[in-house]
Design a protein. Structure first.
Length: 220
């Protein structure tokens, strides 16, 4: 298709100009940003206090229904547009790098999909976001040592308490060596209740002297 047509913005479908990739500048700048003033005290951090020890947390965008953020997340998750994850990951990363967000972080780890789901979708969207963050920060990412061992298909229909309960035992560390003594940045696409990131974090913290921080592409 790209041979016959110019590349179009995936939101507004206007032709992209040189230097633009996937999204036009206009749409990119119109996406509502999270822009937290602190990486310790913010509305995303509130979801984790008292539940798990963590170093810092931030998000790229604010998720609003019927907004352009919803459009890009649907493209990323359900329409095969995995490279959008990389693009938005590096864009969001570039906005927090100078504030020192990546300082002290040793390894970026995307929230894994269950292998059946990854096979069906063909990719893990969080891994592509992690890839973008890795490019901007120069910090490596690892998507092979944390595994999702339980399928969790009906999260959206559950209430918040059922979600937390449902998230226990979801993940497994196959090699603690990779994470021990390291500060790990866990990456997810959308942060809602926080139960998935929390379950992931608890699993990582089984590695001796590991510390965790969180990044979500969008905060719902
Ligand atoms: Zn556009």
């Amino acid at each position: 298709m790209n041979l016959a047509w110019p590349n179009l913005c995936q939101i507004c479908e206007k032709p992209l100009v040189q230097g633009e990739k996937h999204l036009c500048m206009n749409c990119l700048y119109e996406l509502p940003k999270a822009d937290f003033k602190s990486f310790r005290m913010n509305i995303a951090a509130d979801r984790f206090y008292g539940k798990i020890p963590f170093e810092k947390i931030t998000a790229g965008f604010l998720y609003q229904k019927e907004s352009k953020v919803q459009t890009v997340l649907e493209l990323l998750k359900y329409k095969g547009e995995k490279e959008l994850g990389e693009c938005l990951g590096s864009f969001s990363g570039s906005r927090i790098v100078s504030a020192g967000f990546f300082k002290d972080i040793d390894l970026i780890v995307p929230v894994p999909l269950h292998k059946d789901k990854a096979k069906k979708r063909g990719y893990n969207q969080s891994e592509w976001i992690a890839k973008g963050l890795s490019q901007i920060s120069g910090i490596p990412y690892d998507s092979t040592h944390l595994h999702r061992v339980v399928k969790n298909p009906t999260q959206t229909t559950k209430n918040i308490w059922e979600r937390w309960e449902n998230a226990q035992g979801l993940f497994e560390l196959r090699d603690t060596e990779t994470f021990s003594g390291k500060h790990i940045l866990l990456v997810d696409d959308v942060l809602t209740s926080g139960s998935t990131l929390c379950a992931c974090g608890q699993t990582i913290l089984k590695a001796p002297e590991a510390r965790i921080s969180f990044f979500a592409l969008a905060l719902a």
